[in-house]
Design a protein around this ligand. Structure first.
Ligand code: MN
Length: 153
């Protein structure tokens, strides 16, 4: 975007001329009820700012990759799995996802979860857990209930 100012749109958590995109092009049951908006495609430090919004009860994919995420919650409530712990999330909370660390975001059943996520413009593709890895994660008592919420995924 070349404009210096992009106004918020009237619709909740939208911006003028910013398209609401699918979360990912593919992935099937690995995620549910989540949209993506690219706010800055060419931010300083060769980075990209995105705004993701997960509808109540939805979730992002469980994944890991080399690049780091810097996340700020803007709207709603939920939880995130990062590494070997699950954390509750509220507006303005900050989350750092380190390299090669399993992570997943989930909205509470009765609230959306909207967050800014800063990433490098050049980044590796996310890796999803295979069934062995998923079973290994689910054996961790701290993660089991969060992962069991996943339904078909
Ligand atoms: Mn990720």
């Amino acid at each position: 975007m070349s404009e210096k100012i992009v106004r918020r749109a009237d619709a909740a958590y939208g911006w003028e001329d910013v398209e609401r995109l699918a979360y990912k092009e593919a992935g099937g049951a690995a995620f549910r009820d989540i949209t993506r908006q690219i706010l800055f495609d060419d931010a300083p430090g060769a980075s990209q700012w995105r705004y993701f919004e997960i509808a109540p009860g939805g979730h992002s994919s469980l994944e890991r990759h080399e690049h780091v995420h810097a996340v700020m919650v803007l709207r709603g409530r939920g939880r995130c799995l990062v590494g070997d712990a699950v954390h509750t999330l509220a507006e303005r909370d900050l989350v750092r996802v380190p390299p090669r660390t399993w992570h997943q975001f989930r909205a509470d059943p009765d609230a959306p979860l909207g967050f800014l996520c800063l990433v490098p413009s050049e980044r590796d593709r996310p890796q999803l857990p295979d069934s062995d890895e998923r079973a290994r994660l689910a054996r961790n008592p701290a993660l089991a209930a969060f992962l069991a919420d996943d339904g078909a995924a």
